[in-house]
Design a protein around this ligand. Sequence first.
Ligand code: 5CA
Ligand code: ZN
Length: 409
Amino acid sequence: MHAWPASEVPALPGKGRDLRIHDTATGGRITLDPGPVARIYVCGITPYDATHMGHAATYNAFDLVQRVWLDTKRQVHYVQNVTDVDDPLLERAVRDGQDWTELAERETALFREDMTALRMLPPQHYIGAVEAIPGIVPLVERLRDAGAAYELDGDVYFSVDCDPHFGEVSGLDADAMRLLSAERGGDPDRPGKKNPLDPILWMAAREGEPSWDGGSLGRGRPGWHIECVAIALDHLGMGFDIQGGGSDLAFPHHEMGASHAQALTGEHPFARAYVHAGMVALNGQKMSKSKGNLVFVSALRRDDVDPAAIRLALLSHHYRSDWEWTDQVLADAVARLATWRAAVSRPDGLSADALVEEVREALADDLDAPAALAAVDRWAARQNSDGGTDEGAPGLVSRTVDALLGVAL
Ligand code: 5CA
Ligand code: ZN
């Protein structure tokens, strides 16, 4: 499917720094050395409701990754999926008496608009689960033929015990995995499974649900984890630089995906770093479509909130922390945007050469956006009070904030 239009990324003088990023699998910060083309896979939405601030915060984190890489004069090869067929989407369509394909198309279109408004850089490959099915089927067949998958009443399960690296992404023990598996789409209590944690690869066709030709697997639809593996292997191959998502994807989704890919290829690792964003809450609870405690990007835009202010609100929290969306967070961002715009509205001012390096350094240091904002705040405060004579400094600040933070002043 098509993605959304890219906003232009201004080139800055000099060169950015290499990204040091927290990797969930090792539990520490690693310096990525991606080569001339950096490769990143970011898990996309399940389009049964509009983009909320939690989604936007997660996509903001991975947008920063791209901007840091682009500033090091690398190309970025970015892939994102859309889970346009899955249980929650089908359940919502039934609940609301609407066609599931129309629901998915409508919400995906709204997501594209939100991403465009927030100046999130688009993926080069934006792939739906449905369009990936012809590539998924042979992978499941291969896993089954290699003894890494087995059939249970027509469904096909992946055997986690066949991957010696299983557990290395999340680092969780079996009890914690079992609890999370039950919470996040797994079925650890289904009788007949070899290991309660084994995830489904191919679900045999069910009455009243959509299904596709699965070759020797029979009609059905794919499991969630194999969807992302098929798309990532097809467009990026093994050993790509970053797989990203919110922290709720570390287990089971990214753990299972890594095992699927490792069992398929005999290679390790699937991704060189697994990077996870914290959860955004509203009224003390994780913002989630199932709970319905949501603030939508599109609703804020309808209320004439400047998308640049929404973006600044996202940037004011470190991507790895869990944080709470409040009216105050947005009000602070609106005020900051006004201060910054006032500061860059003169043709000359305080030299910004040091500021460019500070912003670069903050972002290269595990995407420390709050530190980057603080550096711009300091420049803007002095520029607004004292000014200066450096011609072009405000323009350089505008370009820096645009290129590295995605904020248009
Ligand atoms: N389609 C799958 C991934 S393949 C999925 O998780 N879709 S989603 O719509 O539920 O979430 C999309 C992205 O937003 C995921 O990376 C998820 O971890 C992230 N996300 C969901 N809720 C929040 C939240 N409250 N705070 C931060 N990130 C969130
Ligand atoms: Zn995914």
